[in-house]
Design a protein around this ligand. Structure first.
Ligand SMILES: Cc1cc2nc3c(=O)[nH]c(=O)nc-3n(C[C@H](O)[C@H](O)[C@H](O)COP(=O)(O)OP(=O)(O)OC[C@H]3O[C@@H](n4cnc5c(N)ncnc54)[C@H](O)[C@@H]3O)c2cc1C
Length: 322
């Protein structure tokens, strides 16, 4: 039940490591490629050794007919980023024409852009586009250490004092509340980074009394509060437990067990795959940005595409009646 994707063949034209753990890849795409805006992403068919999977990457500014992405290497992963890192010029794979769910609304008079770690990828193109059009903005970019912060030098060179780089190893940290306080009342905030950063930004934004409609964010759905472990769910209407492995999402396990599910974004934003939690005996690792902090604390619903239990069992209702 996903939107129809336009799959194409892409051939790697260049591959280059641009920080300690980020590699940039440029693809020549077969067939006419429509112009795409900053914030767009493409899907890539990756090989995980025991099968294929789809991974999504934000599209960086690129030459006409080309797609460029920057991929962070995840050491403890199912292998999508490792596959992308293994690509070299001449290698081909399937990718989709970019789509955009993190679009800049060009109406605001001032923009605050905030990025954490690899979350810089959609924000990078936004900053350059705003600069080209002469629209006022400020970019704050935080990372664990300078060596892993892709594009830091490029941004400093191109944006001058419009960018503030906060490297953890230099003792620097984004002061989220102060950044929001300095944003003009009609300004908009665009943020992309790990779930902890997004939660902090949402809380500070609300505390400052700012309208939620002026906060736009994207998450990559690849970070949580607990390490992935086995857990199980009893689905009402299905008289057996569904086991969820550490390398599976709850959504994948439910679909694999033949449970009809409605879903779309698969990154915890749209809420279509949300399930009701009747009871649970292990902690819930809420990884979505769809539910509010208050709803997450209640523990009555979770997004099956990204959220999971840290361990144990839950009884859930997905509306499935066999
Ligand atoms: C819109 C969008 C844009 C993105 N843009 C970029 C980008 O520009 N650059 C980039 O590097 N990445 C981007 N991503 C993330 C990317 O799609 C992959 O998630 C990432 O490369 C990790 O894939 P992987 O297979 O290596 O790791 P995964 O196996 O997906 O693991 C990644 C992390 O998720 C956790 N994890 C492991 N297993 C599971 C599981 N079963 N369920 C849930 N979590 C698990 C682990 O903590 C691990 O460190 C984007 C994602 C989205 C949705």
């Amino acid at each position: 039940m996903r939107n129809k994707l336009d799959w194409r063949r892409g051939v790697v034209t260049s591959a280059e490591q641009i920080s300690d753990d980020v590699r940039s890849l440029d693809f020549a795409v077969e067939g006419p490629l429509p112009r795409f805006d900053p914030g767009s992403h493409s899907n890539f068919r990756v090989s995980l050794g025991d099968g294929e999977a789809i991974r999504t990457y934000s599209c960086l500014p690129a030459a006409p007919g080309h797609l460029r992405v920057a991929v962070k290497q995840h050491d403890n992963s199912r292998g999508g980023s490792r596959f992308m890192w293994g690509l070299n010029p001449g290698d081909a794979l399937s990718l989709t024409v970019p789509e955009n769910r993190f679009e800049l609304a060009w109406r605001a008079p001032y923009y605050l852009l905030m990025a954490g770690g690899i979350g810089i990828t959609p924000i990078f193109g936004m900053a350059l586009a705003l600069q080209q059009r002469g629209i006022a903005f400020r970019l704050v970019y935080g990372g664990r250490r300078r060596g892993v912060m892709a594009f830091a030098e490029d941004l400093e060179r191109q944006l001058g004092d419009q960018v503030d780089i906060c490297a953890g190893d230099a003792g620097e940290r984004i002061d989220v509340a102060a950044e929001i306080a300095a944003l003009p009342a009609d300004g908009q905030l665009y943020v992309c980074g790990p779930i902890g950063m997004l939660n902090a930004v949402k809380t500070a934004w609300q505390a400052a009394g700012r309208p939620m409609g002026r906060l736009r964010y994207e998450v990559f759905g690849d970070s949580g509060l607990f390490a992935e472990a086995n857990f199980s769910v009893d689905v009402q209407g299905l008289d057996r437990a569904v086991q969820v492995r550490p390398d599976q999402t709850l959504l994948e396990a439910l679909l694999g067990a033949g449970v009809d599910m409605v879903y779309d974004c698969q990154r915890g934003e749209c809420g279509l795959c949300a399930v009701d939690i009747i009871s649970h005996d292990g902690p819930i690792d809420h990884r979505d940005v769809f539910f509010s902090e208050a709803e997450k604390a209640e523990g009555r619903r979770m997004c099956a595409c990204v959220s999971r239990l840290a361990s144990g069992n839950a009884v859930i209702d997905v509306g499935y009646r066999g």
